[in-house]
Design a protein around this ligand. Structure first.
Ligand SMILES: C[S@@+](CC[C@H](N)C(=O)[O-])C[C@H]1O[C@@H](n2cnc3c(N)ncnc32)[C@H](O)[C@@H]1O
Ligand code: SF4
Length: 384
């Protein structure tokens, strides 16, 4: 990779005030935080990777979780300072922090902004109290509204998440809720269809027949409504679940989707780095106590695996085809050396699921709107 290849850092903060019944991220209930132990471990992790990627500047830093808005401000400050010292930031670098919209967190926004956070991602999830209760959230719609206003005052850029396709939700109800959400004027929105993740409390409830998610047809109608309403409001989809005004796209997530380089630090964080032309996959110890103990002992904190060419290609396509604009696919791409590549591609184009623009100076493969809806099937047919 050249020194100009975008580089981002993801920091995983694994604690939450409580665990939501739908969530299968690497999360744990809040506990007493030892500020020095946490800053020390995360900075040791950063230093390990800086030694391998030095000379490049950061395009983005992303504090995700878990609930990093509950992390001590000193930890966030020390990490931002360490990143500035170890790599330096590109001009206009994006520094995002995920937060939950409870009162306790709103009072901390100014401190995060002073520390250098310039983009806040709020987990609003819904603007309806019944839905928030169903989702096991500890905030109400009124808290979400106040948090969005407070975030807009404190940060240059804000985004928030909503979860739709909840049981009992109607198409009309979703249209109304999303219209209200768009009225806040945020430059970016993430709209996620509720996924029943194996091993979660929601998966157990569905198995026991307590409730069922809406049928596929209604989910598809809700997805279409999201495309229509966000486009009309000037925030069209640029990725399956993400919508932005021009220029407001998440620069950090664009690194994932364009299969750029990112370092993952903190418990259970993943990273991908290009090393001598091959892809290195990294994963840190998942349990917070193991992670802290390894840092304290000076022991390894990560598993590292070189991906095969085929694995890296599958990841690159799975990420790139999520983007509305698609991905670069030049004629000399290793994809064209795989069995039956041209035939598979032509079949998916004929079925109206993929589009390939070979005429442009930068040849581009993209999924059509129908293709994006069933992307896993398209990927399986193309690469399987
Ligand atoms: C890992 S959370 C972190 C943000 C923050 N802790 C929060 O919950 O507000 C990131 C986002 O993933 C989404 N999410 C997590 N699990 C999901 C699921 N099973 N189905 C749909 N969206 C989900 C939620 O919208 C959430 O805001
Ligand atoms: S959705 Fe957010 S707050 Fe809820 S458990 Fe997952 S990370 Fe924590």
């Amino acid at each position: 990779m050249t020194r100009e290849t975008p580089l981002g850092v993801y920091v995983h903060w694994p604690y939450c005030a409580r665990i939501c019944p739908y969530c299968d991220f690497n999360v744990y209930r809040n506990r007493e935080i030892d500020i020095d132990a946490w800053s020390g471990a995360l900075i040791r992790d950063l230093e390990f990777w800086a030694a391998r990627t030095g000379g490049r500047k950061l395009q983005s830093l992303y504090f995700g979780g878990g609930t990093p808005s509950l992390a001590p401000l000193a930890v966030i400050e020390r990490i931002i300072d360490a990143c500035a010292r170890l790599w330096g930031f590109e001009p206009g670098a994006e520094i995002t922090l995920e937060g939950n919209p409870t009162d306790a967190e709103q009072t901390r926004f100014d401190g995060f902004a002073r520390a250098g956070v310039n983009r806040l991602s709020l987990g609003v999830q819904s603007l309806r109290d019944e839905a928030l209760a169903f989702l096991g959230r500890d905030h109400r719609a009124e808290d979400a509204r106040k948090a969005i206003d407070a975030a807009a005052r404190a940060f240059d850029r804000i985004t928030f998440d909503l979860i739709y396709a909840r049981p009992g939700q109607t198409l009309a109800g979703w249209r109304e809720e999303l219209t209200e959400a768009l009225d806040f004027g945020a430059g970016h929105l993430s709209l996620y269809q509720l996924t029943i993740e194996p091993g979660t409390a929601f998966a157990r409830a569905v198995e026991k027949g307590r409730w069922a998610p809406p049928d596929e047809e209604l989910c598809a109608d809700m997805f279409d409504a999201a495309q229509e309403l966000t486009s009309a409001a000037g925030l069209p989809a640029y990725e399956i679940s993400n919508h932005a005004r021009p220029g407001e796209q998440s620069r950090h997530n664009l690194i994932y989707w364009t299969y750029g380089d990112y370092i993952g630090v903190g418990p259970g964080a993943h990273g991908r780095l290009t090393m001598e032309g091959a892809r290195l996959a990294t994963e840190t110890l998942a349990k917070p106590q193991d992670y802290l103990a390894a840092a304290a002992k000076g022991a390894p904190m990560h598993a590292q695996t070189m991906l095969s060419g085929e694995e890296a290609m599958t990841e690159r396509f799975s990420m790139g085809l999520r983007l509305v604009r698609g991905m670069r696919l030049n004629a000399d791409d290793p994809f064209f050396q795989t069995d039956g590549a041209r035939d598979k591609l032509n079949r998916l184009i004929a079925d109206g699921l993929l589009a390939y623009d070979e005429t442009a100076s930068k040849a581009t493969l993209s999924a059509t709107p129908d293709g994006r809806r069933i992307l896993n099937r398209v990927l399986y047919e193309l690469l399987g």
